[in-house]
Design a protein around this ligand. Structure first.
Ligand code: HEC
Ligand code: HEC
Length: 259
């Protein structure tokens, strides 16, 4: 008869507090834990990107590059090519490739930047390869970038980044459309006839200097009005001379006709 109250008494005090805490803890883990918590973990975020990239890959790329990235009749293996190669190929619209052409041409990118990063994470998870260096990609030294560009890139892409013909119907494209990521990705992955610039040849900082310089010469407004393709002072002077002489001859004729 008196056993029930005495059991209640025994439960009260520290035991109740411990039990209550345990129940609250369980409820919190079951319902209350903030959903975004797991995202703060970089490894989880990375694996989510890889998962999303896998879906995109299976839909858009696997027919040519194989279900396991091993390659096939339609395209080469992507194992070990690295993130930079994917960013270069997809952000410049070269991939996904349509018809079999000699050289995959630049097109409008088919994927958003976020999707491109997911594709890159997925391919990057299949064996190393270069990935974009951390930080801003174009905060290098402009003058150093100019020197490096003239020694390493201008022979194919022209001094103004206007592009040029290579042998056997291939061409080095103009650099006017390339984003910082595409310029960096091109140097790191060396697509087709372009050499690959390892970090020993051009350190990440030197590559950033080149990116800055390429953006400078291709995006900077043309000084002195109409663009003449930056052929330099001689043709520009020639054009000025021709225009000026024609104008002078015109004025002379006009004066002569009035006299
Ligand atoms: C119609 C077939 C086809 C499809 C679809 C396709 N590719 Fe490709 N891919 C190729 C071929 C062929 C090449 C090699 C030719 C070249 O580099 O221009 C290539 C080259 C590449 C390279 C360069 C490999 C290297 O060695 O550096 C990457 C990266 C790449 N593809 C990624 C992708 C991704 C990502 C997708 C999906 C968004 C995709 N490709 C869709 C055919 C295809
Ligand atoms: C031997 C010739 C050669 C040299 C040297 C070279 N490239 Fe290239 N580059 C190419 C070719 C060829 C392509 C086209 C590749 C393709 O379509 O897959 C290309 C493509 C590019 C692109 C992509 C342009 C776009 O938007 O579509 C960029 C950016 C680029 N190169 C930057 C550079 C930079 C920066 C350097 C110097 C560090 C350099 N290249 C050196 C031949 C060269």
């Amino acid at each position: 008869m008196d056993s029930a109250p005495s059991r209640m008494q025994r439960l009260s005090g520290p035991t109740v507090i411990v039990l209550a805490l345990a129940v609250i803890g369980m409820l919190y883990t079951a319902f209350g834990a903030p959903a975004g918590h797991a995202k703060d973990d970089p490894t989880t975020e990375q694996s989510m990107a890889v998962k999303a990239g896998r879906e995109l890959y299976l839909q858009g790329c696997s027919t040519c590059h194989g279900l396991g990235l091993q390659g096939g009749a339609g395209g080469p293996s992507l194992i070990g090519v690295g993130e930079s190669s994917v960013i270069f190929q997809v952000e410049s619209g070269r991939m996904p490739l349509k018809a079999g052409t000699v050289e995959a041409p630049r097109k409008k990118a088919k994927y958003t930047t976020a999707e491109i990063d997911q594709l890159a994470a997925f391919v990057g998870a299949h064996g190393g390869g270069p990935k974009l260096p951390p930080g801003k990609l174009n905060d290098g030294n402009l003058q150093q970038g100019g020197e490096l560009f003239r020694t390493n890139c201008a022979s194919c892409h022209n001094f103004a980044g206007a592009g040029g013909a290579l042998s056997y119907g291939q061409y080095a494209p103009p650099l006017t459309e390339a984003s910082a990521r595409v310029i960096m990705g091109a140097m790191q992955s060396g697509p087709e006839n372009m050499p690959r610039f390892s970090d020993n040849q051009l350190t990440p900082d030197e590559k950033k200097a080149v990116v800055r310089y390429v953006q400078f010469i291709t995006k900077a407004p043309q000084p002195g009005g109409a663009a003449l393709g930056r052929f330099g002072p001689v043709p520009e002077g020639l054009v000025m001379w021709l225009v000026g002489i024609t104008a002078l001859v015109g004025v002379t004729l006009w004066i002569g006709a009035r006299a």
